[in-house]
Design a protein around this ligand. Structure first.
Ligand code: ATP
Ligand code: MG
Length: 468
């Protein structure tokens, strides 16, 4: 054991210390474990505190309640309760090991044990298998501190066995590595590749959570390159992109490698702050290319309709992964529009805004900038001569800023007249025709043919629509 609270970047918060004191005051042993220890050692923002204890959960509950601490039975089948101190939840779990995993996911049984080291040994990675106590220091039987310094994700024990027990660990390894900017240790990596197909046993929702963690890390390009087998097993649609020759003078890379470059470029252009939707859109923007490929008489490859087909696939994939619907709409819109032509003009800018707003109501103002970032990243990831688009993209961005500052109407509801004005002015009956006329009016305003003022719109209605 290394004494070493001095190695922590910050101390244990008081509410967690209180939980340890109450449990130990009642005669049990208790340690902080897992994510909090890892993150305090590496100076990352403070994490939820999880406690592991020799007390059976019923004993822990009794001791905490006797000290006036409210307790919720949040996972007693696995020995977990949640204590709430000063409004802060602390999970307390009985030292335990897990029995066989016949389905690669759920342990057939959970067995409570008396030695904290046994509990640490059932944990997934060395950096997650450390315990800390304010007086006793850090307990690190598997070299987690060394691996933190080396930047390595390493399975505790035999990696192949650990992944066979629980296939989700395959994706957790990549997520932790991506998030911390680590690599996966060689033997652990080999076992990951072997075990990747067993991700098929995992519920899509869980895969979605882990994949989303990888995407949110901003390091998905790294994950695609370094852990290709895992990424393709988690998202089988990616497999068809691997090695897919685009047969085009515009593309120096196959679809998969191009995608890696686009994901990386999105981070570069945003200083590592790409939005969540942009990150997913970069990953999925060309997902339909393999399905839409054709070759013309000159032997050139084409992918007609791939943005629309890609938007559809994107919707299916993200639904399957249980992502929220309004988020899916944003990603789908970016994918749908990634080849949409934009020019640094008022007309082009407004038309693009209206189109985005129609596809994803309420998001035009934010999505247009993300769309430009995606298009720019896409352009610099083709051949060198396509890269000059990055400069054009800056001009387009300036035009967007200027146009948006003028608050252009983005939808029919933003027009200075409404349905009743149309009915009065043109003497038409209420019905779908009114909506169609308003749609056309929005287009005319967007194209700069008429100003968005009441008098101009009424005049325009009379001049144009009376004659139609
Ligand atoms: P974060 O919450 O920041 O993603 P964490 O380390 O808290 O990271 P959790 O999934 O919340 O991760 O799990 C808490 C701890 O439980 C982990 O640090 C690890 O020790 C253990 N653990 C969680 N899931 C598994 C698993 N599938 N296999 C083995 N150990 C696991
Ligand atoms: Mg956690």
């Amino acid at each position: 054991m290394s004494q070493g609270s001095d190695r922590l970047a910050y101390g244990l918060p008081g509410y967690a210390t209180r939980v340890l004191e109450v449990l130990e005051g009642a005669g049990y042993e208790a340690w902080v474990v897992g994510g909090w220890v890892r993150d305090a050692l590496r100076g990352a923002p403070s994490h939820d505190v999880d406690v592991t204890s020799s007390a059976h959960w019923t004993q822990a509950k009794a001791a905490l309640e006797a000290a006036g601490i409210p307790v919720h039975e949040t996972g007693t089948a696995h020995g977990t309760i949640t204590a709430v101190v000063d409004g802060r939840p602390v999970e307390v779990t009985t030292y335990r090991v897990e029995g066989a995993y016949s389905d690669h996911r759920h342990p057939d049984e959970v067995r409570f044990v008396t030695d904290v080291r046994e509990d640490l040994a059932r944990r997934d990675f060395t950096v997650n298998a450390m315990a800390y106590h304010p007086q006793r220091g850090i307990l690190d039987p598997f070299g987690g501190q060394d691996d933190l310094v080396a930047g390595v994700i390493r399975a505790v024990g035999n990696p192949a066995e650990r992944f066979a027990e629980d296939a989700l660990r395959v994706l957790r390894a990549v997520r932790f590595a991506a998030r911390m900017g680590f690599v996966v240790e060689a033997r652990t990596h080999e076992a990951l590749v072997q075990a990747a197909p067993t991700l098929g046993d995992i519920a899509q929702e869980r895969i979605g959570q882990e994949l989303d963690g990888i995407v949110r890390s901003g390091k998905v390009a790294w994950a695609l390159e370094a852990e290709r087998e895992v990424m393709c097993a988690a998202l089988p649609e990616l497999s068809a992109m691997v090695g897919f020759d685009q047969r085009s003078v515009w593309h120096a890379y196959d679809v998969y490698v191009h995608t890696v470059h686009v994901c990386r470029a999105c981070e570069e252009f945003t200083a590592g702050q790409a939005s969540h939707a942009l990150r997913w859109a970069a990953l999925l923007h060309d997902i339909a290319k393999p399905n839409t490929f054709s070759i013309d008489d000159l032997g050139r490859g084409h992918f007609y309709g791939h943005p629309a087909a890609g938007a559809k696939m994107c919707e299916q994939i993200l639904r399957r992964l249980a992502m929220p619907q309004d988020f899916i709409a944003q990603v789908r819109t970016l994918v749908r529009m990634h080849d949409h032509r934009m020019y640094p003009t008022a007309r082009s800018t407004r038309r693009t805004l209206v189109k985005i707003e129609k596809a994803c109501p309420g998001y035009a103002r934010s999505l247009i900038y993300q769309l430009i970032d995606l298009k720019r990243a896409d352009a610099v990831s083709k051949v060198d001569r396509a890269a000059s688009y990055a400069i054009e993209a800056d001009e387009i961005t300036a035009a967007v800023r200027y146009e948006l500052s003028k608050r252009p109407p983005l939808r029919v509801a933003d027009l200075a007249i409404g349905g009743w004005d149309v009915i009065d002015r043109l003497n038409v009956r209420p019905g779908p025709i009114v909506g169609r006329i308003l749609d056309e009016l929005l287009i005319d305003v967007t194209n700069g043919e008429v100003d968005n003022t009441r008098s101009a719109l009424l005049r325009h209605l009379g001049a144009v629509w009376d004659k139609k």
